[in-house]
Design a protein around this ligand. Structure first.
Ligand code: SAM
Ligand code: SF4
Length: 342
């Protein structure tokens, strides 16, 4: 496999109609996964035919085109990114942009199951931080939430990441009646090992088996409850993502809150997402999209691709309108989170 052509450094930056500079790209490299988390997928998911997926070379070309246009941070996600065959080739390829200084950060979101195999290689590619999703510290509950996941394997993955020198952030989706009484323990566990913890509100994306309104737990409520046990100090810390952070005085660690439903974080949105088929979503919460696969495959140079990216960014919407309605039969956004990536 060969890497795509060198960057043109003179491409104008991506500025949307609201003056926001798009500097963060999240790329889903597969819609497949070795887990079936209840809030993310139904147990019998139909996955995309392999021929629809961008090849690893095409993903490299696509990311490289965005880097040429001023994207400084790349997050590889999925589905489970580390189950994509030969995925380390892509990390190695993209690491050249870290070495050249064109990219500030190359990172990933993973369920952790494959980290015992890959943590060291990721660190060798210049990955410094990794988000690992873990919604509970109970092995039994973990099995109920992920359906197919193995708790011990994920804990081994977290250990492997830390041993490889990666900074680990644990992401937990707040699930009513499932993990809502575990956050104190999760704070002690993560902060005790120098890891940050981010809580995420469940978003109404994609059909799952069951009604979502029962899963939804507003983080405003969680935060109020945490304040009974902990001293939370608002801090200006930012990682380029949508989380707002507090510092816990008792532990010195941080908790992030991602609250798409209770708090509108769109004003400062600097990111766009590409699916594994090359569809660019300008907003996680809207269906408007641009096909980048056709221009990517239409020519060997990146002229058409660059034009398609510019045109799409000129359509980036001001914000989203997620609502979880009690009894709503359809999700607010029909595609699954595993298609666009978290
Ligand atoms: N498989 C990887 C993982 O689980 O970390 C990466 C992809 S996953 C779609 C990215 C993140 O989205 C995970 O933290 C997951 O918990 C979260 N997620 C999935 N579906 C969600 C939903 N409906 N609402 C909120 N978060 C969701
Ligand atoms: Fe897989 Fe991640 Fe979705 Fe869970 S949240 S099913 S690990 S893609």
């Amino acid at each position: 496999m060969t890497y795509s052509a060198p960057l043109k450094a003179d491409a104008p930056p991506l500025i949307d109609p609201f003056g926001r500079h798009v500097s963060y790209l999240r790329v889903s490299v597969t819609d497949r996964c070795d887990f079936r988390c209840v809030y993310c997928m139904s147990e019998n998911m139909t996955f995309l035919p392999k021929k629809d997926l961008l090849t690893l070379e095409e993903l490299d070309r696509l990311c490289t085109a965005f880097v040429a246009k001023g994207v400084r941070k790349l997050r590889i996600t999925g589905g489970e990114p580390l189950v994509r065959k030969n995925i380390m080739w892509l990390f190695e390829a993209l690491s050249r942009h870290l070495k050249s200084g064109a990219l500030d950060e190359l990172t990933l979101t993973t369920n952790g199951s494959q980290l015992p195999r890959f943590a060291k290689q990721l660190a060798d590619c210049g990955v410094k931080r990794v988000n690992i999703s873990l919604d509970t510290l109970s092995a039994e509950k973990f099995r109920e939430i992920t359906r197919w996941g193995n708790f011990d394997q994920v804990i081994a993955g977290i250990d492997a990441a830390r041993e490889a020198g990666l900074h680990v952030k644990i992401n937990a989706v707040a699930l009513k009646g499932v993990n809502e009484h575990e956050y104190d323990e999760m704070i002690r566990w993560t902060h005790g090992q120098g890891m940050d913890l981010t809580l995420i509100e469940a978003m109404p994306m994609g059909d799952i088996d069951g009604d979502r309104s029962g899963q939804y737990l507003p983080l405003s409520l969680v935060r109020a409850r945490l304040m009974d046990a902990w001293t939370l100090e608002d801090i200006p810390y930012k990682t380029g993502g949508p989380a707002t952070y507090v510092k816990v005085a008792e532990t010195g660690g941080r908790i992030g809150f991602i609250t798409p439903l209770t708090h509108n974080f769109c004003e400062s949105c600097n990111r766009v997402r590409v699916t594994c088929t090359g569809t660019l979503y300008m907003c996680l919460g809207q269906d408007d999209a641009a096909d980048l696969r056709t221009p990517l495959r239409a020519a060997e140079n990146d002229g058409l691709l660059g034009d398609a990216i510019d045109e799409a960014i000129s359509r980036k919407p001001k914000g989203h309108d997620f609502i979880i309605e009690r009894g709503a039969s359809r999700p607010a956004v029909s595609r699954h989170m595993s298609v666009t990536g978290g």
